[in-house]
Design a binder for this molecule. Structure first.
Ligand code: 13P
Length: 340
């Protein structure tokens, strides 16, 4: 295992002022996003859309890496250059989603899932490395109800995350370990915290069992929030305090960075929460972003599939990236939204 390269890549991904763009929507997910803006999800439209994101001038100042989907890592840009090369020319590190999705857990009494994709992963990682990927992502998901998630679902997902992480490190690829506790539900912020603590404890136990080199990893967790359907919504400061508390209990200081997912929060909330957490620093790890929706929603609305809107969409994307870049050092304030 090339620990030096793994650690250098992980640190570059959480360099000050920078974060990750998650543009690895699977076929069904990108269709859902395109449906919202009245765009058909064809290969050409997906290519045109991702081309506009990756070619945005100046993204290298705020974006350290981009997570790609299998189709995109093999696709040429509109100018005929492979997308990983387009990213490299922007000073951005190409990454790849390697799980094949959360599938129903066999024989479970409830609707719980386990994330699949380990079969053949060693060979796929070797190919992705050849195509330019230097980091990867695997997402496990957990739903909160009165009785879920079960300890069994927590443990099998942690085990799979650790097996994925080991294969990545063997291939010279930094694993982003993503246990996502869904924010949907009517649970309190304390309910979210309790479940997130149990999930992260189990994940770090499994990573330790499988001898993962923590300085060559990143964690991509949910923030600790009130469930979206809860009558009482915790304010920004409380979200920041509870999330940091939860991470301090569970995430070793050897992990260089924590890159949050946005999970369906509004763009403004995702940025404000990150900024508030960084205002409370210094922390043992860098606190950054790996947002999908919270970086792309404004750009998608501006684009709507019309090539004439390309520059407006790039402007919208860059604005969100810049605001989140400011949140990396706690310098974002909501009044900047108007100025943007
Ligand atoms: P969101 O920021 O839209 O939650 O997406 C991040 C991601 O990559 C989920 O796996």
């Amino acid at each position: 295992m090339d620990t030096k390269t793994l650690e250098a890549t992980a640190r570059a991904l959480v360099a000050p002022g920078k974060g990750i763009l998650a543009a690895d929507e699977s076929g069904p997910t990108i269709k859902k996003r395109f449906d919202k803006i009245g765009v058909e999800s064809t290969e050409d439209n997906r290519r045109a859309y991702r081309d506009l994101l990756f070619a945005t001038e100046g993204i290298g100042d705020c974006i350290s890496g981009v997570i790609l989907f299998d189709e995109t890592i093999r696709q040429p840009s509109l100018d005929g250059v492979a997308f990983p090369k387009v990213l490299e020319s922007q000073g951005v590190i190409p990454g790849i989603k390697v799980d094949s999705g959360a599938k129903p857990l066999a024989l479970a009494a409830s609707s719980e899932t386990v994330t699949e994709g380990l079969d053949g992963l060693r060979d796929r990682l070797a190919e992705y490395h050849m195509l330019g990927a230097r980091f990867a992502k695997w997402r496990a998901t957990y739903t909160i109800t009165d009785v879920l998630p079960s300890p069994y679902a927590i443990d099998v997902n942690a085990h799979a995350l650790a097996r994925y992480a080991a294969l990545c490190q063997e291939a010279g690829i930094v694993p982003i370990v993503e246990p996502e506790v869904y924010m949907e539900g009517d649970h309190t912020i304390q309910g979210s915290k309790q479940v997130t603590l149990a999930v992260l404890e189990s994940v770090y136990r499994a990573l330790d069992d499988q001898r993962i080199f923590l300085p060559g990893t990143l964690l991509k967790p949910n923030m600790v929030l009130s469930g979206y359907e809860a009558t009482e919504q915790a304010p920004v400061g409380q979200v920041a305090d509870e999330t940091i508390d939860c991470l301090r209990w569970t995430v070793p200081a050897a992990v260089p960075g924590i890159v949050f997912l946005s999970g369906g929060q509004s763009d403004e909330d995702a940025t404000a929460h990150l900024s508030a957490m960084n205002q409370r620093g210094p922390h043992p790890w860098q606190l950054s972003f790996s947002y999908g929706r919270a970086l792309q929603a404004a750009a998608q609305q501006a684009w709507r599939g019309d090539p004439a809107n390309r520059a407006a969409a790039q402007h919208a994307f860059l604005q969100r990236a810049r605001l989140n870049s400011l949140a990396r050092s706690g310098e974002y304030t909501p009044s900047m939204e108007q100025a943007a």
